[in-house]
Design a protein around this ligand. Structure first.
Ligand code: H79
Length: 450
């Protein structure tokens, strides 16, 4: 479990040097001790599926996909979903975007099929981002996709069903910061050029806002049964530890099996959430790196700077080898299409996992307490997996291991044992996979790293 100080430091590092306003404000929040501590066995039972899952798909989708990073013919800096504040767009100009949001190409089954083919075991979709627009059928506000768009459909309900059919855990994202609610005020209120973030809780309105959140979370939990709720934007001035605890307790009261990330802040929550970076060697406890495929979370038409499939596969391995999960984002457009370059990369990861998934799913982090010159490692009882990203030119792999290696083989060719001598493995000249080839070692008992 992370302290507030460490959790804010982890997720507030988007452009920290150039964008110090919101970041600095958040870092000055007081650190408080952990307030919720489920017993270890309760927590183990609750986290079991998520610890096995290792790979999830984040989906940032909202009415910000309509402008797609551009406002009145000009590029707006920052990620697509931040356009309202980065573009200083008043609500009376932003809110009508809902009337233009008509994602006729949305197909829940297609999204879930892509996710399944990518090998993800859970999806986390925005139910409400910082702009306050609700992507589900809520009675708490009319600023929602069913009431305010010409489409009048509930994509979360459809995706929830599709996920179940494709064996994927349905999870949802919920922003505490809300640029639309009357219970929070913008950082710089202005009829023409408001700056929303970070917002302030309107004095005396915490209870009203917490009640609003509970109405929406209650609808989500009872209607869609998410396996996990991914909070964000808790750095609102005036958001308190009591508010955080009250929300966690409410969720737990409705469904104690729901996993909650650590961004209610104040040490409340079940796992850490480094954003856009993978901690070297991992972190203590449960954690998950969330990351964009290009440079934005919400759709942005001009951002074509997609990470390569090779980088993404290596990132997944790096997370899992450090004992964490990888939550990789897609940003569907205003018609409901996941951009083709994103689909392509997801399918490439899926193809790699189809062969090598046994080295990822259900594993724990590397047994070695050193960086391996040839790549990464993961483990299961009696087995060590070496994800070799630097295939040795001389075919010789030195593994810093004290165990007897009972058998060694390539994951891509399990029927043929590799020759070994002590902890040296002799590999074929050519790597079976151009990105990462898995060597499996069967060992006698617990790993003895040297
Ligand atoms: O939902 C995604 C982001 O919108 C959200 N978290 C992920 C999962 C997020 N919101 N805030 N932050 C992350 C950290 C804040 C970064 C900021 Fe900035 C730096 C806010 C203002 C300066 C990044 C750059 C956002 C706007 C400009």
């Amino acid at each position: 479990m992370l302290t507030l100080a460490s959790c804010t430091a982890q997720h507030c590092n988007l452009n920290p040097s150039t964008e110090s306003d919101a970041v600095g404000d958040r870092l000055s929040l007081p650190a408080v001790p952990m307030v919720i501590a489920p017993s270890t066995s309760e927590k183990d039972a609750k986290m079991a599926w998520w610890r096995q899952a290792k790979f999830g798909m984040f989906i940032h989708w909202g009415i910000y996909a309509v402008p797609g990073g551009e406002w009145k013919g000009k590029d707006v800096r920052g990620p697509g979903e931040w356009i309202q504040t980065r573009g200083r767009i008043p609500g009376d100009q932003y809110d009508p975007l809902a009337a233009q949001f008509d994602p006729v190409d949305f197909n829940a089954d297609q999204w879930a099929s892509i996710a399944q083919a990518a090998g993800v075991k859970y999806i986390v979709i925005t139910s409400k981002h910082h702009d306050g627009f609700c992507m589900f059928d809520t009675h708490a506000t009319n600023f929602n996709i069913v009431a305010a768009t010409p489409w009048h459909q509930d994509p979360l309900a459809q995706l929830d069903v599709a996920c179940r059919l494709h064996d994927i855990h349905f999870c949802t994202y919920y922003s505490i910061m809300d640029w639309h609610t009357p219970d929070q005020s913008p950082k710089i209120p202005s009829a023409t050029a408001p700056e929303f973030s970070p917002t302030n809780m309107v004095p005396g309105k915490n209870d009203a806002y917490v009640a609003y959140m509970k109405t929406e979370l209650g609808e989500l939990i009872t209607g869609y049964h998410p396996s996990l709720i991914w909070f964000d934007g808790g750095w609102v001035h005036g958001w308190t530890a009591a508010d955080a605890r009250s929300i966690y307790d409410y969720i737990h009261g409705l469904d104690p099996s729901i996993i909650v990330n650590n961004r209610l802040l104040y040490g409340v929550g079940d796992y850490g959430t480094p954003e856009q970076k993978i901690p070297n060697g991992g972190m203590k406890g449960d954690w998950e790196t969330c990351m964009t495929i290009n440079g934005t979370w919400g759709y942005m038409s001009r951002d074509k700077d997609f990470k390569s499939a090779s980088t993404l596969i290596t990132n997944l391995i790096k997370c899992v080898s450090g004992g964490g999960n990888y939550l990789l984002n897609v940003g569907p457009d205003a018609l409901g299409r996941i951009p083709e370059p994103e689909v392509e990369r997801l399918l490439a990861i899926g193809a790699w996992l189809k062969v090598n998934g046994d080295a990822i799913y259900g594993t724990t982090g590397s047994p070695f307490n050193q960086v391996l010159p040839f790549g990464y490692a993961t483990q299961k009882p009696g087995k060590i997996f070496l994800e070799v990203t630097q295939w040795p030119a001389n075919g010789i792999l030195h593994v810093p291991l004290g165990n007897t290696i009972e058998n060694a083989y390539l994951m891509a060719d399990p029927d043929n044992s590799l020759q070994t001598k002590g902890s040296t493995i002799y590999l074929p000249a050519k790597a079976p996979d151009p990105v990462a080839s898995v060597v499996v070692l069967q060992i006698d008992g617990a790993p003895k790293p040297l």
